[in-house]
Design a binder for this molecule. Structure first.
Ligand code: ZN
Length: 344
């Protein structure tokens, strides 16, 4: 079968690999109908060091169950399923607490350990706990929005929840990628009265406004902080969704948070220590977040997608075939595309 392999910085290839197959009795084999390239795939695409082992990429997908192991109880061949970016058993203490990304039998797709979803098919461990059956056909018109439940919509929602967005509050979103844009949807959905979007690309700003952003700040760094403070009467915002992961982004997030406010960070941190600890301390900020337990959020967000109340699929602004994946990485890396959908 065809699958995406990252060999080094800038070196991503689509190759013939052995067919995915069941290994454990709790596995399912899923034929991929739709996959994505993720902003987080760009980190190893840019920074993978020589000598690191090749990696089979992809952690977002909708597909059709092709086979199940003898221990699988809730899935059957032919089910249309959405894949959370992490697998989980659904039964351990952390899964019961809704923190499936910390599952004691869990792990992540598209890693050195587990081949990913930018492929014709993939093996899904802990299939009963991991996969969610969708009440649609694999060619449904809602497919793009349903696909975002794999990662970006759930991650934007996690940023908003971690930032304690609520009715009547002011929120700000740092990051104009797919997660930041989904963060706007999530902040509005959770009742934010005002949503300040930090971004500078015209098409992304337009989408953010369509999703509910009320204000746009295109400055960066200290100037962005000053501008957000100006917009909020000098106070700052209650809730900051940090959807980038760079030191500059977290510094901006802490700079624009109002005393007593919260920063929800979902950008994979590319810094060792959280900067700006003095203002964070003196302003009594809550700094929260981490990998989103999207498995927990799928059930919460699915009705809104199915009933058309939210349309996160609009962040997928380019569709390619599996063999075009290397160009998809290039397009996202050069910010030509917000997010790329792959149709194997
Ligand atoms: Zn678990």
């Amino acid at each position: 079968m065809r699958a995406t392999v990252l060999y080094g910085a800038g070196d991503v290839r689509v190759e013939n690999v052995p067919d995915a197959h069941l290994i454990e009795p709790t596995d399912a084999l899923v034929a991929v109908s739709r996959a994505c390239i993720c902003g987080s795939d760009l980190w190893p695409y840019k920074l993978m060091k020589p000598g690191e082992p090749p990696r089979r990429m992809g952690h977002e997908a909708i597909g059709v169950v092709e086979a199940v192991g003898s221990g699988v109880r809730t899935l059957k061949v032919g089910d249309v399923v959405v894949l959370p970016f992490a697998y989980s058993d659904g039964t351990c203490a952390f899964c019961h607490e809704g923190l499936h990304t910390s599952c004691v039998h869990g792990g992540f797709f598209g890693t050195v350990e587990l081949p990913g979803a930018q492929a014709a098919a993939l093996r899904v461990p802990q299939a009963d706990g991991t996969l969610v059956v969708l009440p649609v056909r694999a060619d449904d018109a809602l497919m793009a929005s349903l696909l975002t439940l794999s990662d970006v919509m759930g991650t934007g929602h996690h940023a908003a929840r971690s930032a304690e967005v609520g009715r009547g509050k002011t929120a700000a979103v740092v990051g104009d990628g797919a997660v930041g844009l989904c963060g706007v949807i999530a902040a509005r959905r959770l009742g934010a009265e005002r949503i300040i979007f930090l971004g500078r690309h015209r098409d992304r700003i337009a989408l953010a406004k369509a999703f509910g952003a009320t204000d746009v700040v295109s400055e960066r760094g200290e100037e962005a902080v000053a501008r957000v403070r100006e917009l909020t009467g000098g106070l700052g915002v209650h809730s900051v969704l940090e959807c980038v992961g760079t030191e500059e982004a977290i510094r901006t997030a802490i700079g624009i948070a109002r005393p007593g406010g919260a920063v929800g960070r979902v950008g994979v941190p590319h810094y060792e220590t959280i900067p700006a600890s003095q203002p964070a301390f003196y302003n009594n900020l809550t700094i929260s977040g981490g990998p989103a337990p999207v498995r927990a959020y799928i059930e919460e967000l699915l009705p809104d997608v199915l009933e058309g109340r939210i349309e996160p699929g609009r962040v997928l602004d380019r569709v390619i075939t599996l063999d075009e994946v290397p160009d998809g990485y290039r397009a996202m890396n050069e910010r030509e595309a917000i997010k790329v959908m792959v149709k194997p």
